[in-house]
Structures are given as C-alpha cells and as structure tokens.
Design a protein around this ligand. Sequence first.
Ligand code: SF4
Length: 286
Amino acid sequence: MKVILAKKMGFCFGVEHAIETAETLLKENRNVYCLGHLIHNNQVVERLSGNGLKVVDELSQVRSAEKQTLTPEQVNVLIRSHGCRPELLEEVRQCGYNLVDATCVLVRRVQNLVSELYEQGYQVIVVGDPDHPEVRGVVGYAPQVTVVAGVADLDKAPARGKVAVVSQTTHSAEDFGQVVGQLAMRSYEEMKIVNTICKETARRQASAVELCSIVDVMFVLGSRHSANTGELAELCRRHGVKTYHLQGWNEFKPEYVEGKQTAGVTAGASTPDWLIKEFTAKLEEL
Ligand code: SF4
C-alpha cells in the first residue's frame, strides 16, 4: 500500500515540554503528582506512570496520599499543558507543595487575554468545548465568560454590548471562522476578535487537508480524548475522504483499505512518534 505522511504531525512543542518536565523530575527521583492526564495519550501516560508519575484527579488525593510520609516541600504538583483554573494554582501554593507549571505558553496567552479583555470591559466569548480541560481552566481567568461550542450554540452569546472572541487553542479554524462570521451579523457596539488557535494545530490541519485530495483513505492517529486529533479527523471527513480515527495499529481492520491504493496518515499533537512509525510501517507492508 502506498502511504503518504502529512508534512506536519505528531508532538507539538507544548506537549514535548510537558513530557520533558515530567521526565526530568522523575529522573531526580522526586515525588510527582499530575492533576489529570499530563497529555491526552494513554500510552505516554502509562509509560510515565511506570516511571513513577502519580496521576490524580483532585488535589485532595495528594493530601491524603502524602500526609503520612512526606513534608509538603517534597511533593511536586505538575500542571499539565492544558493549564488549570487560577484558584487551583493558589491552592497548590497554599498547601506548601512545589508547583511545577507545564501550562503551554499558548494556553497561558489565552488565559491572560481572557483576564485582560474582561478588565477592559468586554464580554468574553471563548469558542471551544466547554468540557475540555483547557477551556475549563481558561474560564477561571475572568468572573464571567461565555463558552460557545459552535454555531449551533450561539444563543448563549451575549446579544448586545462590547464582545471579545477568542478560541480554544486546538479548535478548528473553520469552526472559529463560522462562529465569528455569525456573531459579526449581530449589532454589537464593538466586537474584538483574537485568533488564539495555536499555529501548531493550524499547520497540522493544513497538512491534513493537503493530503485529503490525493489519497483514497485517511488515518488520523491519536487518543479519542485528544481534542486536536478529533478536530483533524472531522476536518478530513469534511474534505470528503473516508477517515478513520485510530488510537494505534491494534484498532486497524484490513477492510479499511479494501480497494484503496493510497493512504494518508496524520496524527494529533499528543501522539508519539513511535506510534506513528509503527502504524505506517505495518500499513506499508500490506
Ligand atoms: S497544541 Fe498548541 S497550544 Fe496545545 S500544547 Fe501544543 S503547542 Fe501548546
């Protein structure tokens, strides 16, 4: 089978930084707790857990686990690349734990923008998935923020006044454009738009679209919890090519390539290289 790889895919610098930060702490034999999965990829999280990373959902779990044996300064609490609400950072500090913040700089930019725009009197709209950890963190940076998942969700947006629109970093540029276009038809006193879609995400999307016109089938590799991987798969489908979002070769079925000559492969920003290489090699053998 002929396989063509997307020019841009796989780990982004934000994910690489988060993994390197965790690995450095673990090499020093430090006690490291991560609030939630460090990145949206089970294989990577399992590998880091095997090296000692403790994944917890709540800060209270760190307290009860460490109370007996360690002083707070010996406990490292790692904040993942998606970031978190500011209150959580404050709580970690107040507990006396060592805060290791691996929030991606581009997510940090959205957090700061939300806070600044609110201070400047804008009603802030975030275009994104309200259940995504990045968005759940970002909304904590102003007392009042509206999250709009897409054009079907626009009745939630303010009807008048001054609005400012930003995006979840991994949201699809097409969707963001549609939401902004619909909002522009309303008679706001002022509308400020800041395109906060991460360029790494945008480049991966553009490379995937490039492939759609020259392959018979697309494989998008990455966790089903990964927003940017899901967006890549949706984008490929919208561009008319049969697309499979798979977490690895174990989910592949021969029927996916029956009668197909050329397959395209792309992967989300949290998909490790080894997984892409393994999948591609096996596909080429067919
Ligand atoms: S996808 Fe972009 S915003 Fe998200 S972690 Fe990677 S570089 Fe940062």
